[in-house]
Ligand binder design. Structure first.
Ligand SMILES: Nc1ncnc2c1ncn2[C@@H]1O[C@H](COP(=O)(O)OP(=O)(O)OP(=O)(O)O)[C@@H](O)[C@H]1O
Length: 461
């Protein structure tokens, strides 16, 4: 009798207490059957069935019969939008790839986007894994029941997973999806951000200072199209990457999160182009502070600097003219600018010490030798980048930019030999390569060879 009651309870025909059940659902029956056979399988199987077959059975049973829990995420939450729905839409984009199992995906791209953006399609399932939980996302659409209804179809996500993880999914996974959504949105916004270049408009701005006029930075310079020594370029990119990632380190060691770069070299070697390339790379705005053109008192200067934003590059060009500033201060002339370059850097340090975000300061000069060595020390100018006359590596970048030459060319040996003997700036070469209307590769290179030979002759005489 005991055994009979146990079997019946397994089938939910009677309750464990022995009372008959009024309703027996097919699903419950199936579940009970599985548990009954599983129990029998385990008890009998220990003796008669090989272990490999037993564990395979357990996996199959677990896969097909583990109770699933489904969360429904509607597009709207009452009158407002459902944040989890929006978060899931964005988050799942990062989970679908060309190689995913989805049979259909949606792609789109605006002219401001660099890459295709991929979206989930109605009816498709996207599998995600979080810790050891498998999550099945599906986008669903239900047409409105009323015929000719103009209402939009009801769109919602279903998120199915093993019921055991209900708490983890609701309390940890979904908040994680929202956090990722916010991060992705921030990254996307950064990518779409138009970089601006700010400058002081002296004609318009009064002596109190602080106002900057700005335009979009449309400078096409990037690290790819910049003619520079490849090793130097790599180490500069690495330095920038390291710097922007080190917020916590700077905080821990009590240093202002700023980095100073000194770009030096003859005119036309790409100092301004490099600044634009850095701004394009980091998506930082540029503030161009022309010291020689402005007359600032200490307080004016502070106001001007305080009105610059975080995550920006402050550019102070031609700082060798700073020697002029020092001289003028020493003369104690009341009309003169009331600071030295070193004083300016102290002001900057003071103002930026309370900044939460990273700042870059770039100095340029054609005459590094004229600068006060105290200014060149790390902390002031952490990285010195020498932009020099064109080498064969730099020339190849220019040839690729201007003439679309990707590989080698028969005139390269000759050009390489000439570049070793002639001081020519990338700006001069760019000019030569642009001279011919048709941009015929061989004619342009031949023209460049003639130009370099001419320069070489002049050098000798
Ligand atoms: N390294 C380079 N790579 C690619 N193009 C360059 C480079 N250097 C110069 N050019 C070309 O020459 C033009 C002028 O260069 P750029 O203004 O960057 O030089 P600069 O060193 O800042 O000169 P200056 O000291 O006179 O301000 C650029 O617009 C660009 O077309």
């Amino acid at each position: 009798m005991e055994i009979l009651l146990y079997i019946c309870s397994c089938f939910h025909l009677v309750s464990r207490e022995g009372y008959p059940q009024t309703m027996v659902s097919l699903k419950a029956m199936l579940g009970s059957l599985i548990s009954f056979f599983s129990a029998a399988f385990v008890i009998l199987g220990n003796e008669f069935i090989p272990p490999a077959l037993r564990s395979l059975f357990c996996i199959v049973v677990h896969y097909f019969f583990t109770p699933q829990f489904t969360v429904i995420i509607e597009e709207n939450a009452g009158l407002g939008w459902n944040q989890i729905y929006a978060a899931a839409t964005t988050y799942l984009r990062t989970k679908i790839s060309y190689s995913s199992k989805s049979k259909r995906i949606k792609v789109r791209k605006t002219n401001r986007q660099e890459k295709l953006s991929i979206d989930i399609v109605v009816g498709e399932v996207v599998i995600d894994h979080f810790e050891n939980i498998e999550l099945k996302w599906k986008l669903n659409e239900e047409k409105q029941e009323k015929k000719n209804s103009k209402e939009k179809p009801r769109v919602y996500f279903t998120l199915a997973f093993d019921k055991r993880y209900e708490k983890d999914v609701l309390e940890t996974y979904l908040p994680y999806v929202i956090t990722r959504f916010e991060e992705i949105r921030k990254e996307e916004k950064e990518k779409m951000r138009r970089i601006k270049i700010y400058t002081r408009d002296y004609g318009r701005v009064g002596p109190a200072g602080g106002d900057w006029a700005c335009i979009n930075l449309e400078h096409p310079a990037t690290f790819e199209n910049l003619a520079m020594d490849p090793g130097q370029k790599r180490s500069l990119i690495d330095d920038l990457d390291r710097f922007v990632k080190r917020k916590e380190l700077y905080k821990k060691v009590g240093k202002i999160w700023k980095r100073g770069y000194l770009l030096y070299g003859p005119p036309g070697t790409g100092k301004s182009s490099l600044i634009a390339a850095i701004a394009n790379y980091l998506k930082f705005n540029i503030y161009d502070l022309n010291l020689s053109g402005g007359r600032y008192s200490d307080s004016e200067l502070k106001k001007t600097l305080l009105s610059t934003s975080n995550r920006s590059i402050l550019v102070i060009e031609d700082i060798d003219r700073g020697a002029d500033l020092v001289d003028r201060e020493q003369k104690n002339n009341s009309d003169a600018i009331k600071f030295t370059l070193s004083g300016l850097l102290n002001v900057i340090d003071g103002l930026w010490s309370s900044c939460e975000e990273e700042r870059i300061i770039v100095f340029t000069t054609n005459h590094k030798e004229k600068l006060d060595p105290a200014l060149l020390r790390p902390g002031r100018m952490d990285v010195h980048v020498h932009l020099s006359y064109c080498t064969i590596d730099g020339f190849k970048v220019l040839a690729s930019n201007y003439l679309n030459i990707k590989g080698d060319h028969q005139l390269y040996r000759e050009i390489e030999g000439l570049l070793k003997n002639v001081e020519v700036t990338p700006a001069e070469i760019a000019e030569e390569l642009l001279k011919r209307d048709d941009l015929d590769v061989s004619l342009s290179l031949r023209g460049l060879v003639e130009f370099l030979e001419e320069k070489k002759k002049k050098k000798k005489t």
